[in-house]
Design a protein around this ligand. Sequence first.
Ligand code: HEM
Ligand SMILES: *[C@@H]1O[C@H](CO)[C@@H](O)[C@H](O)[C@H]1NC(C)=O
Ligand SMILES: *[C@@H]1O[C@H](CO)[C@@H](O)[C@H](O)[C@H]1NC(C)=O
Ligand SMILES: *[C@@H]1O[C@H](CO)[C@@H](O)[C@H](O)[C@H]1NC(C)=O
Length: 357
Amino acid sequence: MSLSPPHFPRITCSSSTFFIVITILSVTIFPCSAKSSDAASATHRGGHRQMSYEYYSKSCPQVEQLVGSVTGQQFKDAPISGPATIRLFFHDCFVQGCDASILIDTKPGNKELVEKDAFDNRDLRLEGFETIDKAKSLVESKCPGVVSCADILTIAARDFVHLAGGPYYQVKKGRWDGRISTASNVSGNIPKPNSTLDHLITLFATKGLTIEDMVTLSGAHTIGFAHCEHFLGRLYNYSGTSKPDPYVDPRLLKSLRMSCPEHGWNPDVISPVDVTTPFLFDHAYYGNLEARLGLLASDEALFIDQRTRPIVLELGNDKGKFFQMFGAAMEKMGSIGVKRGRKHGEKRKVCRVHGGV
Ligand code: HEM
Ligand SMILES: *[C@@H]1O[C@H](CO)[C@@H](O)[C@H](O)[C@H]1NC(C)=O
Ligand SMILES: *[C@@H]1O[C@H](CO)[C@@H](O)[C@H](O)[C@H]1NC(C)=O
Ligand SMILES: *[C@@H]1O[C@H](CO)[C@@H](O)[C@H](O)[C@H]1NC(C)=O
């Protein structure tokens, strides 16, 4: 097992500055406010165009440069926007399809809760939403009423993968934004860190994603952070055994226990999901799993189970293969439940509010 030397950057949230504390293996950051907030493939209806790489070539040829200028700046100012936006894209696609339904705000005075209010979306970071707001407003200023929020989210997620050191892949465009965003539609569609592998496989299958896609997409955990509550169950009394999860390396266990004490742990403390290279989009995530350095039980499960272990080993040994498969899997995820045309979709002016064209 080779561990690369820890980075010692100082990154800023959009609102407050926070520090990173390096322990033996893990980096812990606190406290930074991180709180916020189908499966059908696209059908051709009403004569609306299919998704394509050139979808906006006439109506907004510079859309990717516009989004790129925002993501590039955002990556400098608040690098946490990267993992935040990639996860936002995932949570959007898994509920009602990739239709930016996750961006909708509750109307003032309206009691009906929207997707972002749902329990499973409770720790989506504000930086992801803020990035899309900025990109949308720049795109609207140049190509009003043309580009969907769903396409902007797809492009931004791709940009951040690349900015963090990952692959650059082309994205198809042509998604329309969804007209429905309700909190009640979320439950059961977002995987949990303590989900069994059987459950994860079934859930991804309902979205048209294979076991291979699932293992590949989980590689997004090569960047970003998780709160104590998501892995606390592994540290002290794993499945009622009164012992920690045996699949946590003892050194990792020690440092995670320091960050997240059994009693009185701080709900704002976060720990890197990729404990070796938390800011770099690389394939170290898979090597970590082999070394019992996976943070979430759902990560480590990919190595423990025979159905997924060969894929973990392959991707851990071949960064080129991981990068190529990751781009393809993101494209596949990006086509879940895509809406086209006015009957099911809209092109919003402001991503947080329904309506527009
Ligand atoms: C396989 C099932 C998955 C489970 C159970 C899962 C669960 C989680 C959990 C619990 C967190 C920590 C959230 C927090 O405490 O703030 C997290 C973070 C993250 N997840 Fe996943 N995830 C899964 C798949 C994915 C996929 C498919 C993607 C994207 C392709 C993804 C991207 C991310 C990113 C980028 C972060 C870091 C977010 C940040 O730092 O703000 N995850 N995930
Ligand atoms: C989502 O919620 C809306 C309104 O609550 C409901 O009409 C619709 O059937 C739900 N969609 C799914 C896929 O559950
Ligand atoms: C997973 O954790 C949640 C919340 O901590 C809990 O309600 C649920 O019962 C757990 N599920 C399993 C399969 O252990
Ligand atoms: C561990 O959890 C089990 C079941 O949840 C409980 O009965 C037991 O007392 C716990 N052990 C410790 C040491 O807390």
